[in-house]
Design a protein around this ligand. Structure first.
Ligand code: APR
Length: 252
């Protein structure tokens, strides 16, 4: 780790130690070390595919079977992944009063690492819902079946097709997630970890936090659309940098 990065680690640890309200926003990069592919990086899920052909209501309406084939395969992949050191550090920090975690990820690895109260901005790949929103079904519920015996899986209430419980492009973020995430921008430190910050409204939360006076920082091996607007940038992988910050906190 370079001296400059060590200094940034120390600076972030100092800010976190003094903070009573910490909010962390995560993206696919925090799960990269667990083997969950990112979307836009090399080998990313949207590389060579158009997200619009998979992650939209229109794509599902046109061909629910092939959209489910993609999600069923991802669920099987993610079921084989385990949380990495970045998830573990954030789970430890989540036990501090005033800590909130907003994730764009749908893989459930923050919860599996022990983080409670995760604000899931884009839903969960482990949730399903009735595509026809039949009256007998809740909006979303958990179904861990891997693989589904038939695609699309049938709604147990009406027999129509189920849909993945994720937020697709063009869909609105669930109201409770938006409210909780915007409330979480009122904090002392807002830390962005592992997102290219290209998808709104998630990417705008950091700017909102800065506006409300938060100290803002980013952990990412690459520069992002947010980097220039933040107070501190730590250029490195989350599983290493967060581990170093956690150790610097323990050494204080
Ligand atoms: N540690 C930290 N960051 C990393 C690591 C790592 N080990 N590896 C990669 N990254 C960074 C990349 O540099 C990139 O900036 O993670 C980011 C991943 O960006 P994307 O693939 O665009 O994923 P994300 O920002 O989460 O996408 C946001 O877009 O497709 C939609 O709904 C989907 O939630 C997703 C949203």
């Amino acid at each position: 780790m370079t001296d400059a990065l060590e200094e940034s680690v120390a600076a972030l640890a100092e800010r976190l130690a003094a903070a009573s309200r910490i909010t962390v926003l995560t993206g696919a990069g925090v799960s990269a070390a667990s083997g969950v592919p990112t979307y836009r990086g090399s080998g990313g899920l949207w590389r060579g595919r158009r997200a619009e052909d998979i992650a939209t209501p229109e794509a599902f309406a046109a061909d629910p079977g092939s959209v489910w084939a993609w999600y069923d395969e991802r669920r099987a992949e993610i079921a084989r992944c385990v949380p990495n050191r970045a998830h573990e550090v954030l789970a430890t920090w989540s036990r501090r009063p005033g800590f909130r975690l907003v994730t764009q990820n749908v893989d459930g690895l923050h919860e599996r690492a022990g983080t409670e109260g995760v604000i899931r901005f884009h839903g969960s790949i482990w949730d399903v819902g009735c595509w026809d929103r039949c009256a007998a079904s809740p909006r979303r519920w958990r179904d861990d079946t891997v693989p589904f015996p038939e695609l699309p899986p049938p709604c147990p209430h009406c027999g129509g097709p189920l849909r993945p419980g994720v937020v697709w492009f063009g869909e609105v973020i669930p109201g409770d997630a938006i409210e909780r995430a915007v409330a979480a921008t009122a904090c002392d430190v807002f830390l962005v970890v592992g997102t290219s910050a290209q998808v709104h409204p998630a990417a705008g939360l950091a700017v909102e936090a800065a506006r409300s006076g938060a100290f803002t920082a980013e952990v990412n091996p690459d520069a992002t659309a947010l980097s220039a607007a933040l107070d501190l940038v730590l250029p490195g992988p989350a599983e290493e940098v967060l581990d170093r910050v956690d150790r610097a906190l323990a050494d204080r």
